[in-house]
Design a protein around this ligand. Structure first.
Ligand code: BG6
Length: 495
């Protein structure tokens, strides 16, 4: 692809995200020949590092976290010719002017088409100040050649998200703003679009006539790790449902777009969000379950309860698990519940989407020879396994007419797992080429918050909950089993 000369400035350049994700992603893009010929990566943070220090920092991250960590030394040497570090502190105008001068000097060398990408890999409390400074010191004056990338969390609730959007709007056009939801960059998630809209086979079935219910389950066995400070003020609903899980819901529920154009696709996703039934206090009580983990065992290792984690309030009522039943009020989905659940310290790390089809209208086989429960199921597994399984009934070979379920599996063989680009590679490449399809538009973010506000408010006001209520290493609280069992279903997980 023909990408203009590019300068990427990473704020939070010495942070965890840069080390684990951005550095490795940019290096892999470089190794695979996707970086433009002229590019410069400028790390910036408050610490005083030399260029060499910074390269060492990146190299460590790449060795530990990159799928191509063992690349040849000479490639690394070549890559580092494009890397430098400039300390910058938003409270120190001098430092920003130095950064500006540096960028301008590179622009002169690279030519007039040079684009500048500011990546805000920092805590959200710095978003505003950085965006303001970029404007104030003239680093973001050229609207056609400047982009800004923002990491989640995008706001803490509807109001703060709106404020953030307002603030960004003062200095940037929407087409310059790239709000990251890294789930959208995952290979298996992108494939759902291909699966739904490049095949004629499934679309006729993709509606209330044939689908009974949908489950979206993202379970993690990890706890809050060293992010207690952030997580305790957020919780599972804000951390996962507001963004990743609702985005998955949109991809499953959206109407077919008329083209693969970024705004067309995002319009259809917004339509889906708008069709979700609004919650009331009463429906929150009936349809939303929260949980918090207590100590327990995971894979033979004893782990502490949430309230004993580092930087977590010992009396915290923050949810580490959430399960919610959504209803979608439109022609396609009326009466088809969408169950979403996510939690930390669960038995397995696994992200799967299950589409449960309706039963056959009339069962001709003897009861004992059929699994009486729901025979046809499509399971889209995003991670760790990347696969799509279609479960159908088949006759077990033998003299008797005995049925049992079998899976037709599409499992990405041939594309070795380690060869699959990571989400951040896809997303960074899209920022460089100017493709916003996989990024959150302003209205998507705000509709998602609006939808969840009644749940957040209800939970915040009703503090008389008996947390912790699920054991680390389990599948979550019993109430979540009850939530789905009310309709005669159960949470599905891969064997
Ligand atoms: C992040 C959340 O957005 O996604 C984390 O803040 C979570 O809490 C992570 O662990 C999960 O991402 P992945 O790619 O590991 O499924």
């Amino acid at each position: 692809e023909n990408i203009n000369p590019t300068i990427i400035v990473i704020f939070g350049g010495t942070g965890d995200l840069n080390s684990r994700k951005l550095g490795p992603a940019l290096y892999n893009l470089y190794l695979e020949g996707f970086m433009p010929e002229k590019f410069e990566l400028i790390g910036t943070a408050r610490s005083n590092l030399t260029d060499a220090n910074y390269c060492d920092f990146l190299e460590d991250g790449i060795k530990n976290f990159s799928r191509k960590g063992k690349a040849l030394k000479k490639d690394w040497q070549k890559f580092t010719k494009h890397v430098s570090y400039t300390p910058a502190d938003i409270k120190d105008p001098e430092s920003l002017i130095t950064l500006k001068n540096k960028i301008e000097k590179i622009q002169e060398e690279f030519g007039p088409d040079t684009q500048v990408i500011y990546y805000l890999a920092v805590a959200p409390k710095f978003f505003s100040a950085i965006a303001d400074s970029l404007h104030k010191y003239g680093l973001a004056g050229d609207k056609d050649h400047t982009r800004i990338v923002i990491e989640k969390p995008f706001g803490h609730d509807l109001e703060s998200a709106q404020e953030l959007n307002q603030m960004l709007k003062q200095h940037f056009r929407e087409r310059q703003i790239y709000r990251i939801d890294h789930y959208l960059g995952k290979e298996a998630v992108q494939n759902i679009m291909a699966f739904r809209f490049a095949n004629s086979l499934f679309e006729p079935l993709w509606n209330r006539n044939y689908i009974e219910h949908v489950q979206i389950s993202v379970s993690e066995s990890i706890g809050v790790e060293d992010r207690g400070g952030y997580y305790d003020g957020a919780g599972a609903l804000r951390d996962m449902i507001q963004n990743h899980l609702l985005q998955l819901l949109c991809i499953i529920a959206m109407e077919p777009p008329t083209s693969f154009d970024a705004n067309e696709i995002r319009d259809r996703k917004v339509d889906a969000l708008k069709s979700i039934r609004k919650f009331t206090n009463d429906s929150v009580r009936k349809n939303a379950v929260r949980g918090q983990y207590t100590d327990g065992w995971i894979n033979g290792v004893e782990v502490p309860g949430y309230r004993s984690e580092k930087d977590v309030n010992p009396e915290s009522n923050t949810e580490t698990y959430a399960a919610i039943k959504f209803n979608i009020d439109n022609w396609r989905w009326q009466g088809v519940p969408f169950y979403l659940r996510t939690g930390k310290r669960m038995q397995q790390s696994s992200s799967i989407i299950t589409i449960q089809f309706k039963d056959v209208p009339h069962q001709i086989f003897q009861n004992e020879s059929v699994e009486t429960w729901q025979q046809n199921r499509l399971i889209i597994s995003i991670q760790p396994e990347m696969s799509i399984r279609l479960q159908v009934q088949a006759k077990r070979p033998g003299l008797k007419m005995v049925l049992n379920p079998v899976d037709m599996i599409f499992d990405y063989k041939g594309a070795k797992h380690t060869d699959t680009p990571e989400a951040y590679e896809t997303l960074l490449l899209d920022v460089m080429t100017g493709d916003q399809t996989l990024f959150m538009r302003v209205d998507q973010v705000e509709y998602a918050w609006e939808l969840l506000m009644p749940i957040l408010n209800h939970w915040e006001n009703k503090t008389s909950i008996s947390f912790p209520n699920y054991t680390s290493g389990s599948w979550g609280p019993e109430e979540a089993e009850a939530l789905i069992a009310k309709n005669g279903f159960f949470w599905y997980s891969l064997p």
